[in-house]
Design a protein around this ligand. Structure first.
Ligand code: SF4
Ligand code: SF4
Length: 137
């Protein structure tokens, strides 16, 4: 049976190559992680489009969406007769974007934002409410 060749020269050239190219790791969070443009990140409903149908909540596999009343003091579109909207809990969400796909009026705004770690509860309410004008403005 022929003897295997020693792997030493191959390892040596690999070590030299890695010295020349620098580390493969990055200094996150000081350096941002490169991500695909269409990666699924934080999303929220644009309440100027949402009709409050609740379909996104029904279809969410992670039970991450709650339908809640729109607070007083905002101009709510007439089509949203029940004046409710979906709030996405970003800690429960699995970022499948099923909610985005089923929305009949394409109300979801999608982003690639993935840096969502927080000590406080994190959800889409603030972003969604910011899509509405205040009454009297
Ligand atoms: S992306 Fe998926 S898991 Fe997250 S809220 Fe939408 S349907 Fe639910
Ligand atoms: S499916 Fe679309 S229109 Fe219906 S509640 Fe969800 S965001 Fe609003």
């Amino acid at each position: 049976m022929p003897r295997k060749k020693s792997g030493k020269p191959a390892i040596l050239s690999l070590i030299l190559k890695n010295f020349a190219t620098g580390p493969a790791t990055i200094q996150y969070p000081f350096e941002p992680t490169p991500i695909e443009e269409d990666s699924r990140g934080r999303h929220y409903a644009d309440l100027t489009k949402c009709i409050g149908c609740g379909l996104c909540k029904m279809e969410c596999p992670a039970d991450a969406i709650e339908m809640v009343p729109i607070p007083e003091g905002y101009e709510v579109p007439k089509v949203n007769r029940r004046k409710i909207y979906p709030v996405v809990n970003y800690f429960r969400c699995v970022y499948c974007y099923r909610c985005v796909a089923v929305c009949p009026v394409y109300a979801y705004v999608t982003t690639s934002e993935y840096r969502l770690a927080s000590m406080k509860p994190s959800d889409s309410s603030e972003l969604s409410i910011s899509t509405l004008k205040k009454t009297g403005e």
